[in-house]
Write a protein that binds this ligand. Structure first.
Ligand code: SAM
Ligand code: SF4
Ligand code: SF4
Length: 421
């Protein structure tokens, strides 16, 4: 159960799922019923027999069309690459697996990705048209001054939309801030506007320093007239449910662009905090009130309030339980209408590649950059098998319990993949 939370943290996953769900059907592909429609305006027959090639066209054209019709649904397209630049960190937040001495002593943990691997990934992204790159995983990319020097290729390339998640726990200097200005989104993690609560949840983190860094980054953005969206990510657990409205006020005062709120996942035995699922009825009401207040506080301001879907689901289920007196109704999250294995590989700092951000340490990697190229891995047997298993409705990655999964019948999902590819 290690590192499964990265997905929770990486907003991109959700954005991607939504993108997939709203993707408009492309011409000439199968409909939900399996029928094939070809556009009349291209001078083709409109067909409705599954898999049949058009009959009235030139053979070469027919072959081309057939190729389009019979898409390789297992192929994937790496729209986003998540790069764990380092798995070292200056904090040990109690709820994070990095705080667990057992996890933290695993051989691959506490390593920096090699410069050669960063170069390889840069080349892969360029040659495959990957525009969205996340430069963090589990660990702190900006842990040391000068962190950005290794990432120059990405930071200096205007083709990329860069994302990162950071603890902002170290006083950032002008060079650090200049590097953060190159990102499209900088997500900063802290879970309360109360100094002592931040200390309790985020180990040595000092809210004063985090605040100072955000204020300075916002100032640099103003001076430059451009810069990243600054997002605050709050992880909710029993201890800080009563802090949400105040955190919303704090974010509004800081002028952050978004307050993202998600629930803590219990990932290791070391984490003794209670999650939202353990809340009593009275505490659920407190949380519901805090959510409403936070929404109100931020309504009409420049700070967007964005609770994660999984948190809203959880809250909704618990409130429904309270309303109808059911004891502990729990549904799984479905088997996973999620495009990540097609679109968003994660590369761990040691070069192991995973099919999605949730699969890290949960299942075997789909490849290793030390022995294969990223292109080989992304279209390799193991990556394709992960996709095939999802399409078959029996995923080998943990979709059933994943916060990124959306319930969707297999046929509909297959259609979504077909349209998205
Ligand atoms: C693993 S950290 C990596 C980036 C950076 N070190 C940071 O803390 O922002 C990314 C995010 O994961 C969140 N996180 C850590 N453990 C979590 C857990 N058990 N459940 C949910 N989110 C968690 C953190 O609060 C943080 O927002
Ligand atoms: S700062 Fe991030 S990576 Fe480091 S321990 Fe905390 S949550 Fe984990
Ligand atoms: S485990 Fe399944 S639902 Fe979760 S991110 Fe991976 S593929 Fe998506």
């Amino acid at each position: 159960m290690v590192k499964r939370f990265i997905g929770q943290l990486i907003d991109l996953g959700h954005a991607l799922i939504m993108r997939g769900l709203t993707a408009s059907p492309q011409e000439g592909f199968a409909t939900a019923s399996g029928a094939i429609r070809l556009e009349d305006e291209r001078g083709l027959d409109a067909h409705s027999c599954a898999g049949a090639a058009p009959t009235r066209n030139h053979p070469a054209e027919a072959a081309k069309i057939q190729q389009g019709i019979e898409k390789d649904l297992l192929k994937g397209r790496p729209d986003t690459v998540i790069i764990e630049v380092t798995s070292k960190c200056n904090l040990r937040c109690h709820y994070c697996p990095k705080a667990d001495p057992l996890v933290d002593s695993l051989p691959h943990v506490n390593t920096d990705m090699s410069d050669a691997m960063l170069d390889t990934l840069y080349a892969f992204c360029k040659s495959h048209g990957t525009k969205d790159v996340t430069l963090s995983g589990v660990g702190e990319t900006a842990m040391h001054a000068g962190w950005h020097r290794r990432l120059g290729k990405f930071l200096d390339d205007p083709d990329f939309k860069l994302y990162t998640v950071s603890n902002f726990a170290r006083p950032l200097d002008d060079d650090d801030l200049a590097a953060f200005l190159r990102f499209d989104t900088v997500q900063v993690s802290f879970d309360s506007s109360d100094f002592m609560m931040v200390r309790k949840l985020r180990s040595k983190a000092n809210l004063g320093i985090i605040t100072y860094n955000i204020v300075r980054l916002k100032q640099k953005i103003r001076e430059a007239g451009a810069g990243p969206s600054v997002v605050v990510n709050c992880t909710l657990l029993r201890d800080n449910i009563g802090h949400l409205a105040d955190l919303a006020r704090f974010c509004r005062e800081l002028g952050v662009d978004k307050l993202l709120v998600g629930e803590m996942m219990n990932l290791t035995a070391y984490n003794t905090f209670d999650g939202i699922e353990k809340l009593t009825s009275a505490e659920i009401r407190v949380l519901a009130d805090q959510m409403a207040s936070a929404r109100e506080v931020l309504a009409g301001t420049a700070t967007v309030f964005e609770p994660r879907d999984s948190l809203l689901d959880l809250l909704w289920r618990r409130e429904a339980d309270l309303a109808d007196g059911a004891s502990d109704r729990r549904e799984d999250r479905g088997w996973g209408s999620c495009l990540q294995p097609w679109s968003m590989p994660l590369v761990r700092s040691d070069g192991k590649v995973f099919a999605c951000c949730i699969a890290v340490d949960e299942v075997e990697p789909v490849g290793d950059l030390a022995t294969s190229s990223m292109a080989e891995i992304f279209d390799g047997t193991r990556a394709r098998a992960v996709r095939a298993d999802i399409l078959a409705g029996r995923p080998s990655v943990p979709c059933a319990t994943c916060v990124m999964a959306r319930k969707m019948p297999p046929e509909e999902f297959k259609e979504l993949v077909r349209n998205w590819l």
